[in-house]
Design a protein around this ligand. Structure first.
Ligand code: DGY
Length: 324
């Protein structure tokens, strides 16, 4: 029997590649950077399955290039804003993602950014390395306290909840906002209070973003939202870059509208080397690494491979994205 042809758009951990190789005709993009568009369109031709990353745009053009044999797109991410779901639905192509397995690692990184931005860890490290450290200083690198402060979580889904759980150890007041209020049991377990968006912005010492990127959330944090925040507030984004208006954030950090930011995601990615955010000492940026632990990336690979293999066999995906 013919082995189904599949394209994997980047080298992923062997935990995922192994099972795919065992039963498919596997083609993997092995370079460190994503396949350029022309190469991607070329390599997916005739495939029954494609394993994509958040850097690969899946749209009509790509699906047409793949052709009628395509049954599944397995995204190696929990987010799937890179995929045009209606284009997949129109062709009967199933879509899978990797929910759950990266929740705790992402929450850990959100906390790394909260602590580092609030306590100026990046600035301190640069200060020491530059040879500027002369003595203990009463006014040196003063930040804000994280313990006992108020954490505002925008989006109390899986990751938002994991971030909130960690706040208990810091004795924080936890506020949250999302479209629909969470159940009473979730609120009670987390000690989280539902407030409207403006109140969350006004009351939080730290605002952490955990909503997916949609038309509704694009530039959710714009100049007006930033103006409602406290002048000492820390903004943390581990979700998707375009949820924050980068130009407005740079202006707010430069003129003291807010205190600091910790970003795992930028708009665009990678960030332009001339982006004003890179000139601001109160903006800490890491390169979209929230799920980047060896164990989590292996779990994501296993899950994406399971989706890919189920899809090429015409079976229900273990973790499908709802295309309705
Ligand atoms: C995701 O899964 O959506 C992250 O951004 C990458 O792990």
């Amino acid at each position: 029997m013919d082995r189904p042809r599949v394209f994997v758009a980047r080298l992923i951990p062997e935990a995922g590649l192994g099972p795919i190789r065992a039963s498919c005709d596997l083609d993997v993009w092995t370079e460190d950077t994503p396949p350029p568009r022309a190469a991607l369109l070329d390599r997916v031709a005739g495939c029954a399955g494609i394993l994509t990353l958040l850097t690969d745009r899946v749209d009509d053009e790509l699906l047409d290039a793949a052709g009628p044999r395509l049954r599944v797109v397995a995204n190696y991410a929990v987010g799937y804003d890179n995929i045009d779901l209606s284009a997949c639905a129109r062709r009967g192509v199933a879509v899978g993602n990797t929910p759950g397995v990266l929740t705790e690692s992402t929450a850990d990184l959100a906390w790394a950014l909260i602590l580092a931005a609030a306590r100026r860890v990046g600035e301190g490290d640069r200060f020491v390395r530059s040879g500027s450290w002369r003595t203990w200083g009463p006014m040196l690198l003063l930040g804000i306290d994280v313990h006992g402060s108020t954490l505002g979580i925008v989006g109390l889904g899986r990751i938002g909840q994991a971030v909130a759980r960690r706040a208990a150890g810091f004795g924080m007041t936890v506020l949250y906002h999302q479209r629909e209020r969470a159940s009473e049991s979730v609120e009670t377990a987390l000690g989280a209070t539902f407030v409207d968006f403006d109140e969350l912005l006004a009351r939080s010492d730290i605002v952490s973003i955990h909503v997916p990127l949609t038309d509704e959330t694009r530039h959710l944090i714009d100049a007006a939202a930033l103006a409602r925040m406290r002048r000492t507030a820390v903004l943390v984004n581990t979700s998707r870059g375009p949820i924050v208006d980068s130009a407005a954030l740079a202006a707010a950090l430069a003129d003291g509208t807010i205190g600091a930011a910790g970003l795992d995601v930028t708009d665009p990615e990678p960030i332009d080397p001339d982006d004003p955010l890179l000139r601001l000492s109160n903006c800490l940026i890491v390169p979209h690494i929230a799920s980047a632990t060896t164990a989590t990336r292996a779990r994501m690979a296993t899950m994406a491979a399971a989706n890919l293999l189920a899809g090429v066999r015409g079976e229900p995906l273990p973790t499908p994205v709802d295309l309705a």
